[in-house]
Design a protein. Structure first.
Length: 148
């Protein structure tokens, strides 16, 4: 059982070893405990603190191979509000739906839904549908709140 990845493909010494990628769904990125099945057998991960698995993280290495996580791209909408006012209006509308969202730079990213695509258009916000590997999982805000 690993407490953290051995490194990331971005800077891990590969040498002559072959690279094997293990598919991981983006919702699994939020998990503290994971089991991945590889050609080398099952690999267990148990993270402490805030660290979680990321695309390219190396979970196994021997003399012949390096095994790394490959996050499966999500079907997402990337919305790019042109002003602070448009961003606030869109964020308010998305928040009222209690949807998990990601902010990537100036873009708001949500899982694909044709109703959300129409919502962005209604707010005059440019939107594009993409298959994207997300760096962080989509999480719901669980903070207690009321609608009075």
């Amino acid at each position: 059982m690993l407490a953290e990845p051995l490194g990331n493909l971005a800077d891990f010494p590969i040498g002559a070893r072959r690279i094997e990628r293990v598919a991981v769904r983006s919702d699994e990125l939020a998990k503290r405990v994971l089991r991945l099945t590889t050609s080398a057998g099952d690999v267990g991960l148990r993270f402490d603190g805030e660290r979680r698995l990321r695309d390219g993280d190396v979970v196994f290495a021997d003399a012949q191979r390096v095994v790394a996580a490959a996050v499966i791209p999500d079907d997402v909408l990337v919305m790019r509000p042109g002003s602070i006012a448009a961003a606030i209006d869109l964020a308010h509308a998305l928040g009222n739906r209690h949807l998990p969202v990601l902010r990537e730079g100036d873009a708001i990213v949500v899982r694909y839904d044709p109703l959300l695509e129409a919502l962005a258009s209604q707010h005059g916000v440019p939107v594009a549908r993409e298959a994207r590997v997300v760096a962080r999982p989509f999480l719901h805000a669980h903070a207690p709140h009321r609608h009075d």
